[in-house]
Ligand binder design. Structure first.
Ligand code: GLU
Length: 550
């Protein structure tokens, strides 16, 4: 067979040579050790935590090493494309601090290694397909989908490995004339790679996360170019990552199975392989069964990135949490370096988990509390307002009208060696401070059982009589003690615990009557400070309202 003639017959329109493309995309001029990574999402419109997890790996590897991280849109599967998916993906990732140095942008693309939309790279793929055909390493296959399905069914019935290989690769050796005839007849065809792999021979592959993996060679004649003239994932990945000069391919573990195919393709094209980092899927502990399972699009809203934005998680907190699950020693590092920017952490693939990574919302919340404890009241307020403007406009109005008050509220127990750690996300923060606002105030806790209705009324009466805004925290508390004692409650909780028969309750019960009246809650930040922010009018109104509910 004259393979050159075959190549010309199939791709007369391709006049560029592999050398032309090599020259168009020269080696990158980067410092020694700089890594080039890429994110290759399909524009399906669903952006999930797994994308962010992978993207953060790409971003850290590249930027920690002075390299480049780019965005390539893998849109060769036109059935899955969703309008507007790319701008959405870019803005979702950018919200979490993932910004690409080059590649697809919301309104086009930037960079010297494009096009970054695979659907626009057809000429490039075809040039290399043509090269493989001209060397006898690929061939046209005219089998219909029905024929391929029949082969598979027969293979399954006979319990032999499924696929197009060996004797099942029926069109491997068609003559030039046969090919010409079929084309003249208008038959559709795909291009398959001619594999010379032997599944009894093993290849040893090095994964940056998992170490050595030994796998059988691929013997399937996989499709590299589809009928529509676009490449399959396998071929596009190899061509693009070579020409775009990717040094580290970070992708999901689902691709490990087809890795030997990619190895063969790199070899057939005479190219050096990049490093591979196959990351794990994100798992969670199922609420019902208590066992570990993959996060699911259907069952777990926390898989979608929109979830974090809508609830108003600080992007920095999500990023910080992802780093703790991405690298095993991050948490330890953070404890030793509480104020160092996360970007200074020495991120590496070797420290990534090779078995399912556990994602835990409670842990995210704890990390978030730590991150927010270090923010200033202004930062919390600004974030809160931005969130409300997008997701809760009526709350935004309230936030704007009460800026000074909110800054004081967010300042309660902020700073110092032991700051309060109770703020998690914008939605939770709003809930947390909502009792300051009459429209949102609700009674969440009952009055302490130790205090009778009559006593509560008396507590409120005496409290109002003695209340002075000018009192400092200890003068204020002294007055509560006076009321406590006068009404037969213990001033010291431990006295009550020792002799419960001698008292009705203790000072904590008395002050909680006031706390619940003012905040609706049994737990709150420092009550004196809260009252300083509320002011006498609101305090008295709340006490009267609580009394009328008794
Ligand atoms: N488009 C592929 C995916 O979404 C990308 C895999 C890769 O990064 O190579 O799974």
């Amino acid at each position: 067979m004259d393979y050159k003639k075959l190549a010309e017959l199939l791709f007369p329109e391709i006049t560029k040579t592999p050398e032309d493309w090599e020259a168009a995309y020269p080696a990158r001029n980067l410092p020694e050790g700089a890594k080039v990574t890429r994110l290759g999402p399909s524009p399906t419109g669903f952006i999930h935590l797994g994308n962010l997890y992978g993207a953060l790996t790409d971003e850290r590897l590249a930027h920690k090493s002075g390299g480049v991280c780019f965005l390539r849109i893998e849109d060769t599967d036109d059935k899955r494309e969703v309008e507007g998916a790319v701008p959405m993906l870019i803005s979702a990732l950018s919200y979490f601090g993932i910004n690409f140095d080059e590649g697809a942008c919301a309104d086009g693309e930037k960079g010297e290694y494009g096009p970054y939309w695979q659907s626009a790279r057809s000429e490039i793929y075809k040039t290399f397909v043509k090269k493989l055909i001209s060397e006898g390493k690929a061939y046209p296959c005219f089998m219909t989908e029905e024929e391929v399905a029949q082969i598979r069914a027969d293979q399954e019935a006979n319990k032999v490995n499924p696929g197009i290989y060996g004797e099942y690769a029926k069109h491997r050796d068609l003559t030039l004339e046969e090919v010409q005839q079929r084309i003249a007849d208008g038959q559709d065809y795909v291009i398959r790679f001619r594999s010379n792999g032997d599944p009894n021979t093993y290849v040893n592959l090095k994964d940056e996360i998992r170490g050595e993996i030994s796998m059988p060679e691929n013997n399937q004649d996989v499709v590299i170019l589809k009928k529509i003239g676009l490449p399959t994932y396998h071929f596009a990945h190899v061509v693009d990552d070579h020409l775009m000069r990717t040094t580290h391919v970070v992708r999901g573990e689902a691709w490990i199975g087809s890795w030997p195919i990619h190895v063969q393709l790199f070899e057939a094209l005479g190219w050096e392989m990049p490093a591979f980092c196959h990351n794990t899927v994100l798992m969670k502990i199922d609420d019902e069964t208590g066992s570990k399972r993959k996060l699911s699009k259907r069952k777990d809203p926390e898989l979608g990135l929109g979830y974090y934005k809508e609830l108003g998680y600080f992007p920095e907190a999500v990023r910080e949490y992802l780093l703790t699950i991405l690298n095993s020693d991050y948490e330890e590092w953070r404890i030793a370096n509480p104020d160092t920017p996360a970007d200074e952490f020495d991120f590496s693939c070797a420290k990534m988990s090779s078995s399912g990574t556990l994602f835990d919302l409670n842990k995210l919340n704890d990390v978030s509390k730590d991150v927010l404890a270090k923010k200033s009241a202004e930062e919390i307020y600004d974030f809160e307002l931005d969130w409300a403007e997008e997701f809760a406009p009526e709350k935004a109005e309230l936030l704007k009208a009460n800026k000074e008050k909110l800054l004081k509220i967010f300042d309660i127990d902020r700073g110092g060696a032991k700051p309060r750690k109770d703020l998690i996300s914008a939605s939770q923060i709003f809930e947390f401070v909502s009792y300051f606002f009459d429209d949102y105030f609700k009674v969440e806790t009952e009055m302490p059982a130790e205090c009778s209705k009559e006593d509560i009324k008396e507590i409120f009466k005496r409290y109002k009589e003695s209340y002075s805004e000018a009192d400092d925290n200890s003068a204020w508390f002294d007055k509560i003690k006076v009321i406590t004692e006068a009404l037969g409650y213990a001033v010291k909780p431990k006295d009550f615990k020792k002799n419960p028969d001698q008292y009705k309750g203790h000072v904590g019960h008395v002050s909680n009557c006031i706390r619940i009246a003012l905040t609706g809650r049994g737990n709150s930040p420092d009550l004196w400070t809260i009252q300083q922010i509320m002011g006498k009018e609101q305090i008295f109104a709340r006490l009267d309202a609580a009394e009328s509910r008794l």
